[in-house]
Design a protein around this ligand. Structure first.
Ligand code: NZQ
Ligand code: ZN
Length: 380
């Protein structure tokens, strides 16, 4: 096992009615920015619950954060934060709203000339950030319990992640009932994204980390079990709760302690979203089987272990097939063709961009532009 430092400062408030807990955790000394998305929270009662919790606070609302949140929108929110002297950001919604909240919090405290440097530096440029609390309404990203954020820039068709220790939420409310109104497509997306998060920290090579392996496999088994139940029974609280907690543990940084990590699937996937507008999870379901196939020799031992322990199959190839079949069974396509995307066009665009950035990913640091091209060709 490699050395590691583990610190997760986010307080989790889990269960029915927990939005009320926000009241006592946010200082009333300065205005609070109440950040949300396109309006789902106004239709499912979450907006009213948040307003009730903040009835003694001065609240400044900022709605309209898009899925795959835009840099341009975030900068408009930064202006509001500065003008109103906001002291706390409460982000209420899915991963996109939470990520936007984290970026706004960092950009509001940024002293450099160009806030895009926060993303260009992968977060190294973040020196401070306003405190952010969250109320999560969509289980998928793990953004509620990590220091990551992913921001898209409309003008240049870029989508870049950053991570900072200053960007962990101070608290996150996880009330499974707030997820009852999710469309099936978002539930499907959440299952796939959470599985992919476990895989980025697990599907590498044996690293003498038996506990991390078993924890990862437990999260995978739980997602495979409760994902389909959640889709079939949208009001099943227990299934929603198990799913919600699994998605949080998939990327609250615990599984990744002391083990090699991959993240090539995510980085190639971000480009598919940037160029073609696919949902985040849709890109992962296309790319991940390709990364595994391309790296079959290096990942063979872990693929076999995963196949044996999660699917009860013997070979690496069968483990890949089982995963794809599971994605398809919950309505998630796994080929570029399903989106009418030409693999050759995607190869040209994405490999040019990785070459220009001199980007390399993967647990061996060898997924470069040529490897990304080979992976995408496998996913036509
Ligand atoms: O905008 P509203 O009206 O709220 O509607 C949203 C949105 O249209 C809707 N929704 C959310 N909660 C709902 C609901 N609809 C009904 N009932 C509810 N309870 O769902 C739609 C999608 O929301 P979004 O926040 O975009 O989805 P998700 O949580 O999947 O977030 C995706 C973003 O997170 C990034 C992705 O790249 C993408 O930009 N990621 C963030 C990560 C992180 N911070 O650690 C890691 C991930 O790998 C990922 O990259
Ligand atoms: Zn993801």
């Amino acid at each position: 096992m490699q050395n590691f430092i583990y610190k997760n400062p986010t307080e989790i408030l889990f269960g029915r009615g927990m939005i009320a807990e926000v009241a006592g955790r946010v200082s009333a000394d300065a205005p609070v920015l109440f950040l949300y998305g396109g309006g789902s929270i106004k239709r499912n009662g979450v907006y009213d619950q948040v307003k009730a919790a903040l009835k003694k606070h001065r609240v400044v609302e900022f709605g309209g954060v898009e899925a795959n949140p835009l840099y341009e929108t975030c900068l408009a929110a930064v202006d509001v934060v500065k003008r109103e002297r906001v002291g706390f950001i409460l982000a209420v919604g899915g991963g996109s709203v939470l990520d936007a909240g984290k970026f706004i919090a960092a950009a509001a405290c940024f002293s450099g000339a160009d806030p895009w440097d926060i993303l260009r530096s992968g977060g190294k440029a973040v020196q401070a950030a306003l405190p952010v609390g969250t109320v999560l309404t969509l289980s998928a990203t793990g953004s509620e319990a990590n220091g990551n954020s992913v921001i898209s820039r409309r003008a240049t068709q870029e989508k870049l992640p950053f991570t900072s220790n200053h960007s962990f939420p101070v608290f996150s409310v996880l009330d499974p009932e707030t997820t009852f109104t999710l469309p099936p497509k978002q539930v499907r997306n959440g299952v796939v994204d959470a599985i992919a998060h476990v895989m980025e920290q697990y599907m590498t090579f044996p690293a003498d980390a038996p506990l991390q392996d078993r924890m990862a496999e437990s999260v995978l088994q739980t997602l495979v079990e409760v994902g389909p139940v959640t889709l079939a029974e949208p009001k099943n609280y227990e299934a929603r709760a198990a799913f919600m907690w699994s998605a949080t543990l998939a990327l609250n940084t615990l599984l990744g302690c002391g083990v090699p990590q991959d993240w090539a699937t995510h980085m190639i996937g971000h480009e598919l979203t940037a160029f073609y507008g696919l949902d985040h999870a849709e890109t992962l379901a296309v790319v991940m089987p390709g990364v595994w196939q391309h790296k079959l020799a290096q990942k063979k031992a872990k693929l076999e272990q995963y196949g044996r322990r999660v699917w009860n199959v013997a070979s690496a190839k069968a483990a890949i097939e089982k995963t794809e079949a599971f994605f398809n069974s919950i309505g998630m396509p796994t080929r570029l063709q399903a989106y009418n995307i030409s693999a050759e066009e995607a190869v040209a665009k994405i490999s040019a961009r990785f070459a220009e950035r001199k980007a390399t990913f993967g647990e061996h640091g060898d997924i470069d532009s040529a490897a990304a091209a080979a992976i995408l060709r496998l996913r036509a």
